[in-house]
Write a protein that binds this ligand. Sequence first.
Ligand code: ATP
Ligand code: MG
Length: 393
Amino acid sequence: MFKAFLIKYAEIGVKGKNRDLFEAALAQQIKYALRRCEGEFRIRRTRGRIYIDVLSDYDYEETVENLKTVCGVSGICPMVELEDEGFDRLCEAAVSYLQGQYPSGEFSFKVNARRARKNYPKTSMEINADMGERILDAFPRARVDVHRPEVMLSVEIREKIYLYSIEIPGPGGMPVGTNGKAMLLLSGGIDSPVAGYMVAKRGVKIDAVYFHAPPYTSERAKQKVVDLARLVARYSGPIYLHVINFTDIQLAIYEKCPHDELTIIMRRYMMRIAEEIAKNTECLGLITGESIGQVASQTMQSLAVTNEVCTLPVFRPCIGLDKQEIVEISEKIGTYETSIQPYEDCCTIFVAKHPVTKPSLSVIKRHEEALADCMDELMKKALETDELIVVEA
Ligand code: ATP
Ligand code: MG
């Protein structure tokens, strides 16, 4: 029944030349989302609006589900497409559309006509008034409310005529590709995929790095990270996932540093390597799933010590969220079920029973000196293991 969609986006800050870049990026991401859907579609950009025409049979639910992953989309309006067969026929179609959508017949409404084709025999105001009357005739329990209608029936007069009244919320934010690129430290947990999604939603393209420690972490743990990247890629577009073999670094830390500081020192090396890859791939920042106080390595002191090795900005979009709030987002974006599969990532293997919660930077730095003679070489070797996996949704 719906042969077209109007795509709405938040217009703040998208004026002039920016609007064009913004719309082009949005159209690109819509195209990427529609590639996952059965059917043939055409994207049209006209006068500050984006439309999708459906050119073949298609699956409505699937299409809407995929459009809901496009960052920058604030609303998705499925539209009925009609040939212009005169105003009477248009009103009949509007009434039958409303009957289908609001079978109780009890609603307040407003008709909101727009003419892109000025040779239509009625003005917008006339369409609003005359169609309003016809609707009132057909629905005795309906009433007009021009200020806060329950049903806003939009009528667009173009070559063809479009009716719509439903707006399905999109994720909001900005289209990926309008705000540079950042490197996500992606583990198999709940938080980092959410962090990646939240930054992508601000228009940032995402690359990712996963630290793998075979044989302590299994192939299945790595596969889980690839699966998570694929789920995030629904929102962010294709992700270049770097898999780094971290085993030798981890063993060296295990051998030479105090065990209660393992996690924090390991996190510092992860950040160092991630930053190296980020700089080589034009990423402008790092992203982690850290949240203040969630675990010993995420206290304010630990975060300060971890952060100290980075020169790029580190974005931590989950920083102020409770676990439950992060879980809710992960459920909404569809990563939760995968995140809770029980395959250990390398953070969880080498953890001390009582990790430091208030590490001192000077103490940590002193203990890292035990690694001075081997670490340059180990870091270089780890970077050489970089396995690049291009992950697409
Ligand atoms: P997550 O649910 O994202 O795994 P977490 O609560 O388990 O987070 P940690 O394991 O302490 O927290 O990790 C903190 C952050 O460090 C993660 O959110 C992620 O960004 C990064 N990280 C941890 N382990 C890895 C890994 N093996 N590879 C890449 N990044 C990692
Ligand atoms: Mg983790």
